[in-house]
Structures are given as structure tokens and as C-alpha cells.
Design a protein around this ligand. Structure first.
Ligand SMILES: Cc1cc2nc3c(=O)[nH]c(=O)nc-3n(C[C@H](O)[C@H](O)[C@H](O)COP(=O)(O)OP(=O)(O)OC[C@H]3O[C@@H](n4cnc5c(N)ncnc54)[C@H](O)[C@@H]3O)c2cc1C
Length: 490
């Protein structure tokens, strides 16, 4: 996708304008809700003074997608206010919704909640009903990606979430009770100091897209993009496109390529048919999302293999979107046996067919490989992975084995106990935490995951600042009543 300013995209401008005129009353109700539920309102973290006078944040949240914004909201509610959220993207471009989510609507049902942390006036439903009316919400089938972008921007503005956009984290260096973060902002390098890091930098920041080895080896990069690349689909006009993959993203990419003017789109998937079941949806119940993290390793391993036994299938709208085109073909039972370049075209062979394309779109999932996460550069080898702690009986996927093996509150733990104690101050809240913590990075998991995350962050501060708090309670002298003859002199 060409780098456009999302805030100037006509469909977004139109929605933001509608929002600004009609949400005032709701916003006033929200201000009151926040005030009523403010207790206890005391900021409780000691201010860190450094000899060099440099500012030390208590928490830096890396990534301003929906997990980052919600984590920051939760921190503020816990009175941890000396925080900063950074995102490498520009305002409105955070997360996949305006780039590689090539679907018109969210896959999640419209009633999903999570970002609002239980404040009903902050839900998507309240936002939409205030703007469009109750009947309009009743008629709404799914939340569009534009609507979701505007909703997240609205939350962020209303809740005063301190986001610094176009700021990319390059490197984390632990240093005497703090982390030094090397960031790049507008081409310039800067450094930020923080006591805790919450890594809500999305699935791609933990390894990247999976590229089938046969493609990576034989096909030049100019002839393919992954489903997660911010690729300019207008370049597909007049091209023969082949999409590889059988999940929702494959169909969304095929639909987007057809709409961009591809002369033909062939979708190749290994499966015999599309599974009608999205097992991940089974996880949307409180007992599971709330306590999965407390299961033992064996239970987690078996459970998550069942949950992830198939990629999210396409929605029926995504299927209809592609089948409407006569230049679309679907090829089941089509594993790629070989891929070669002939006359500047990609020739794919399956067991029964030969398909020629000018360009490939790879919707073959993403992997976890922390070594490909540059910010973890210096500390990556200290982080425990599942492969370090668990030996499955059956042959297991690299993706699972390479997932970080997290503590009970999303914190990294050390591969070798005692070697990197600072790791417990980095909280990993993104899809790579799924095996350890459950699918709490999806909207529906935020309700439970963020609570657990906050318990971890708050607990870690209390433990580290214990002496400060002990001294504070020892010297506590706030009077409960005014001068009175019966009052003891302290
Ligand atoms: C195509 C697609 C569709 C999905 N649809 C749904 C759905 O309908 N419902 C649902 O519940 N879930 C859905 N998901 C799953 C999940 O909810 C999304 O992936 C969601 O975006 C996760 O939110 P996040 O905040 O963890 O990460 P993201 O939204 O990916 O946000 C991460 C942010 O971190 C920033 N970042 C990354 N690295 C750095 C760095 N080094 N420095 C600074 N910033 C950085 C990125 O710019 C990005 O804005 C979907 C996922 C995909 C990929």
C-alpha cells in the first residue's frame, strides 16, 4: 500500500467528522463514569531521580494497536501515569486495519468487548449507537476496518493515551534497574529510559511471515509478497496472481487482488475443502480466557494444539467476495511441489496442475523467531522458549517450540535462572504469548489478559519498591480528623 496519511483518507475523514459532532453527550457520560470509578486515585510510584536528570518512564508500551492502547488505559486506571506508548506507524495506521487486513470487516462479531475495560459507555456499541442510532447498530452486520480504526482513535483521544507515533524501537538495553531504549523518530535516533516494558508490538514483531522454503529459494522477492506486507495492490492490475494459503487472509488477499484489477487470481490450498469451523472462537468463554495461563505445560500444549488446529477460515462474505469474479479459480488439494521462474513468470507445480503467475501472494501464516526481532538483539538468547522447558512426545511445529515461555503475568523468564533478572520486567503481550497465556491478544481476550498483565506490572513495582513503601507506611501521619482534645500527639 502506498504510504498515505490515514487521517486524510476520505472514508476515515467522513467517519471522524460524523463522530466529532454527535458523541459529545456520550463523552460527558464517560467522563463521569471515569470519575465515579476513580478510587483509589493516589499515584503510588516513587519518582526516579537520576544524577544526569534524564527522565525515566515507569512503563513504555511498545505498539499502539488495540492491545497497546488498552494496556495504557489500564495502567492509567491503576494510577501508573508516567507512561508512554510508542508506535512506528503514523496516527491511524497502527495495527493491520488500514494495511494488511485486506477485508472490509472485522472477523469478530460486532458485540465483542475488551478495549473498554468494563466501562459500558466506552464499548464499540455505545460509540456506534451514539453516532448512528440504536436502530443502525441493530442493522449493522459487522464492524468495518474503517469503523474499528476510528473507534480506536476515539478511545485514544478520549482517554488521553500518550502515544508518540512514528517512533520505532530499535534496541532494548538493560542497565541498572532501567532499560535504555534506542528509538528512531523522523530519521533521528533518540534514547528513552523506562523501568518496565510492555511489548504489544503485534505478531509480526516476533518473527515475521512464514515463507514456504521452495518459494524463498527459487522465486525472486520482486515476484511475491506475504499477506502481512504493506504491499501496494494497485501494482497487481493486469497481472496473473496466485495466492497460496487456505485461511481467512488468503481469501481476503485474493478478493483485494481481484478488486485491484488482477487479470486472474488462482488460490491454491492444501486442504480438500474449507473447514467451516473456527476453533479459536471456541475459546471465547470466561473460564478459559481467565485461567488458561494457570494450566500446567502439558495441559496448555494439548489444549492449544486443538485450538489452533486450523487457521481461521474465511467468513462467508470473504468467500462470496471472490466467487463473484469469473477470473477467480480455487484449487483444493494443491500443495506446491515446485516453483520455478520461466520467462519472468512464476510456474507452480502441484500434483495435478501447473499454474503460471506473474505475482504470488503468500498467506501462509506467521512464525515466532525472537532472533528476528531486532529490539531484543542483546537479550534474545537469555529468554526462555518453550523448547527450553518442554519436551513434547510428538513431533511439534517450530512455531510452538519457539514461542516464549512466559511467567504467569506475561513476563519473559530467564533461560538460565539467575542470568538475566531484568527479563521479568519485560511483559510480552502479543500473539507469541498465546501458548503460555491463551489467545488474549484478540479483542475478546483483552478483558482477562489485561487484568492479569496489570497484576504482574503492579506486583513487580511493589516488590521492587518495597523499601520505599515500607518507609512510607512507617512514616504515615495523615490525620483522620481535625484537632480534638482526645487526639493522641504523634
Ligand atoms: C488480518 C488480520 C485480521 C484480524 N482480525 C481480527 C478480528 O476481526 N478480531 C480479532 O479479535 N482479532 C483479529 N485479528 C487478531 C488480532 O486481534 C490482531 O492481530 C490485532 O491487530 C492484534 O493487536 P495488537 O495490538 O497486539 O497488535 P497490532 O495491532 O499488530 O499492533 C502492533 C503495533 O506495534 C507497532 N510496532 C511493531 N514493532 C514496533 C517497534 N519496533 N517499535 C514501535 N512500534 C512497533 C506496529 O506499528 C503496530 O501498530 C486479526 C489479525 C490479522 C492479522
Amino acid at each position: 500500500m502506498p504510504s498515505i496519511n490515514i487521517l486524510e483518507k476520505p472514508s476515515i475523514v467522513a467517519l471522524l467528522e460524523r463522530a466529532s459532532s454527535s458523541l459529545l453527550e456520550l463523552e460527558q457520560r464517560i467522563a463521569r463514569d471515569l470519575e465515579i470509578l476513580e478510587y483509589p486515585s493516589r499515584n503510588w510510584l516513587p519518582k526516579i531521580q537520576r544524577p544526569d536528570g534524564a527522565h525515566v518512564y515507569d512503563v513504555i508500551v511498545v505498539g499502539a494497536g488495540h492491545c497497546g492502547v488498552t494496556a495504557a488505559f489500564a495502567l492509567i486506571r491503576e494510577r501508573i501515569t508516567n507512561i508512554l506508548v510508542i508506535d512506528k506507524g503514523s496516527v491511524g495506521a497502527e495495527g493491520p486495519w488500514q494495511s494488511y487486513a485486506r477485508m472490509p470487516d472485522l472477523r469478530t462479531r460486532k458485540a465483542v468487548t475488551g478495549n473498554e475495560l468494563g466501562y459500558s459507555n466506552l464499548t464499540f456499541r455505545s460509540y456506534y449507537e451514539a453516532r448512528e442510532g440504536v436502530d443502525a447498530y441493530a442493522r449493522l452486520q459487522r464492524i468495518s476496518c474503517d469503523e474499528w480504526t476510528c473507534y480506536l482513535l476515539w478511545l485514544r483521544r478520549l482517554l488521553n493515551i500518550p502515544v508518540q507515533n512514528e517512533t520505532e524501537l530499535d534496541l532494548i538495553t538493560p542497565e541498572n534497574q532501567v532499560f535504555r531504549l534506542k528509538v528512531r523518530q523522523n530519521g533521528k535516533t533518540a534514547e528513552l529510559l523506562t523501568r518496565r516494558i510492555i511489548k504489544t508490538s503485534g505478531p509480526l514483531s516476533m518473527g515475521g511471515a512464514t515463507i514456504p522454503p521452495v518459494i524463498e529459494k527459487e522465486i525472486p522477492r520482486a515476484h511475491y509478497a506475504t499477506a502481512y506486507d504493506d504491499y501496494d495492490f494497485s501494482l497487481l492490475k493486469g497481472k496473473r496472481v496466485a495466492v497460496i494459503g487456505g485461511g481467512a487472509s488468503a481469501f481476503d488477499n485474493a478478493g483485494a487482488a481481484l478488486e485491484a484489477g488482477a487479470i486472474s487470481v488462482d488460490l491454491l490450498l492444501r486442504r480438500r475443502k474449507i473447514p467451516p469451523v473456527s476453533v479459536i472462537r471456541w475459546t471465547d468463554w470466561s473460564g478459559f480466557l481467565q485461567t488458561y495461563a494457570d494450566l500446567n505445560d502439558d495441559q496448555k500444549w494439548k489444549m492449544m494444539h486443538q485450538v489452533q488446529r486450523n487457521a481461521a477460515p474465511p467468513t462467508i462474505r470473504a468467500i462470496k467476495r471472490v466467487e463473484a469474479w469469473s477470473n477467480f479459480s480455487i484449487h483444493f488439494n494443491s500443495s506446491i511441489a515446485s516453483a520455478t521462474m520461466i520467462d519472468n513468470a512464476v510456474v507452480l507445480k502441484t500434483a495435478s496442475e501447473v499454474i503460471t503467475a506473474d505475482f504470488l501472494l503468500l498467506a501462509t501464516g506467521f512464525n515466532f523467531d525472537l532472533r528476528k526481532s531486532p529490539p531484543l538483539g542483546k537479550i534474545v538468547n537469555e529468554i526462555a522458549l518453550w523448547r527450553d522447558r518442554y519436551a513434547p512426545l510428538e513431533t511439534a511445529s517450530e512455531k510452538y517450540l519457539n514461542s516464549p515461555y512466559l511467567g504467569r503475568n506475561y513476563e519473559f523468564i530467564e533461560r538460565t535462572p539467575g542470568s538475566a533478572p531484568y527479563l521479568k520486567h519485560i511483559f510480552c503481550y502479543n500473539q507469541s504469548s498465546t501458548l503460555s497465556m491463551g489467545p488474549t491478544g484478540r479483542v475478546s481476550g483483552l478483558k482477562y489478559g489485561i487484568k492479569r498483565l496489570m497484576a504482574g506490572v503492579c506486583g513487580s513495582f511493589l516488590r521492587e519498591d518495597y523499601e520505599h513503601h515500607l518507609s512510607s507506611v512507617t512514616n504515615y501521619k495523615a490525620h483522620e480528623f481535625e484537632d480534638h482534645p482526645w487526639m493522641d500527639a504523634l
